[in-house]
Design a protein around this ligand. Structure first.
Ligand SMILES: Cc1cc2nc3c(=O)[nH]c(=O)nc-3n(C[C@H](O)[C@H](O)[C@H](O)COP(=O)(O)OP(=O)(O)OC[C@H]3O[C@@H](n4cnc5c(N)ncnc54)[C@H](O)[C@@H]3O)c2cc1C
Length: 422
């Protein structure tokens, strides 16, 4: 029986018949050899059935150790179930940093990389771009290690693996020297300002996020996360393209208390206490929300925002908040940013799936002109054939899955539908 039958948001109940929490790699190998159908489970933050299996679910909960810090090559090796929050705090203590984090630090490294989870930043690739080596138990129970510097093709196919290649047990990530950041928030940026200033705005800080409820043609908040070289001070402008500097700490949903949010108001602090929007020591309860996100090539960002704005009467009754982020291009086959810099349009919905399910096709229909790709771990209604047509490396990815998992042990309904189209 499954101990924890649903995902973090509680909108999806896993159908697997067995739930395991192995403590050693050997136990994972035995489980993989014994099982006909199985899937690795991270921290259960995905909103759809991507992590489910008709057979066994293998939680990586006990694989939460930091294995090695390589100061010479600037890498850290971690067990796959480590949460970013835990890793980030430890790394900072050792004098190091990751390049970016997602909005929430509670997600596992392996789960985030498997779905191309991202933060924001013009020069920052998604979190999986930091992976330089990956150890996994494949369908025959073998322990396989893939390296970025050897067998590059396979590696680039495997990192955003959607849980389909095996159970990832360890990951090695690129790190840099730790750094301090500040976070400043501006309020009420007119949408029209993006016309001429989109690039200027998004390149003005290490990481930039725009939040809007789409109630009018305005972005309610602009969050700027800056890393300044030593000795450089910053004179903040009271206005930014028509938006005004906030005078108090804000939650992206302005009516909520900002106590769970990372420090703002220009106060300097370590990177891991500024890059996520939410504090690590705030324990999120089971989320009263659903999420969807569409990733569009950067050149369409402004047009895509306008299109969404036109759908406002359908969107706003169901929406808690929307966020616009930028993501650098990468080389990972199943990343929505494969070979193209992108902008993501995220929706945190009220927990009303019947309503959300009706509005998603409208959004998807309008964004299809821009080749929008849905976030692998969130809710969408796009057809499998449409999604498949958007990934030029899909045939190679199918081959890679078949190579490592010829019997389809790690295939589930999600992979059958969206990757194999059956
Ligand atoms: C509140 C909240 C905030 C979020 N913020 C962001 C954000 O800022 N940016 C963003 O891009 N996304 C965001 N997400 C989405 C989230 O990052 C992804 O859904 C991510 O996959 C969650 O990681 P997880 O460990 O919970 O994975 P799970 O949901 O447990 O699993 C996801 C996939 O990873 C695979 N997997 C997990 N562990 C392993 C392993 N060891 N080996 C092989 N495969 C594995 C699973 O099989 C499955 O296919 C957010 C989600 C929530 C709930």
């Amino acid at each position: 029986m499954i101990e924890n039958p649903s995902n973090w948001a509680g909108n999806y109940t896993y159908r697997a018949t067995q739930y395991h929490q192995p403590e050693t790699v050997e136990q994972i190998q035995e489980l993989v050899i014994r099982s006909n159908k199985l899937k690795a489970l991270g921290t259960r933050h995905s909103f759809n059935d991507i992590a489910d299996s008709p057979g066994d679910l293998i939680s990586l909960k006990h694989f939460d150790q930091i294995v090695a810090l390589d100061r010479e090559h600037h890498t850290v090796t971690v067990e796959a179930g480590v949460r970013y929050g835990q890793l980030a705090r430890w790394l900072h203590g050792e004098g190091y940093a990751l390049h970016n984090l997602a909005s929430l630090p509670h997600i596992s490294v392996a789960g985030a990389c498997a779905t191309a989870t991202h933060g924001s930043g013009d020069r920052l690739g998604n979190l999986a771009t930091a992976v330089s080596a990956m150890e996994m138990v494949t369908a025959d129970g073998e322990l396989v290690v893939l390296f970025r510097e050897q067998g590059r093709e396979q590696f680039e196919g495997a990192v955003v693996g959607l849980g389909g290649l095996g159970v990832v047990t360890k990951l090695t990530l690129d790190i840099s020297r730790t750094f301090e950041m500040r976070q400043d928030v501006y309020e009420n940026l007119p949408l029209a300002e993006l016309d001429d200033h989109f690039d200027e705005l998004f390149s003005s800080a290490y990481s930039v996020s725009l939040f809007t409820d789409w109630c009018n043609a305005t972005f309610n908040q602009v969050w700027l996360k800056r890393q300044l070289p030593d000795g450089v001070s910053l004179e903040l402008e009271p206005e930014l393209f028509g938006a005004t500097l906030a005078t108090s700490h804000l939650h992206p949903i302005a009516t909520l208390s900002a106590e769970n949010c990372t420090e703002q108001m220009g106060i300097y602090g370590p990177w891991h206490e500024r890059l996520p929007h939410f504090r690590m020591d705030f324990t999120p309860s089971s989320g009263e929300e659903l999420q969807s996100e569409y990733i569009v090539p950067r050149q369409h960002a402004f047009a895509a925002c306008h299109i969404i704005n036109q759908l406002r009467e359908h969107i706003t009754p169901l929406l808690q908040i929307s966020e616009i982020r930028s993501i650098a291009a990468d080389k990972l086959w199943m990343s929505p940013c494969y070979k193209q810099a992108c902008v993501s349009i995220h929706f945190t919905w009220k927990k009303d799936w019947p309503g959300v399910r009706k509005v998603l096709p409208m959004i998807e229909d309008q964004l299809s002109a821009f080749d929008a790709r849905p976030h692998w771990g969130k809710l969408f209604t796009m057809s499998p054939t449409r999604i498949q047509s958007l990934y030029e490396k899909l045939p190679d990815f199918q081959e890679l899955l078949q190579y490592y998992d010829p019997q389809g042990k790690f295939r589930n309904a999600f992979l059958d539908k969206y990757i194999f189209g059956v």
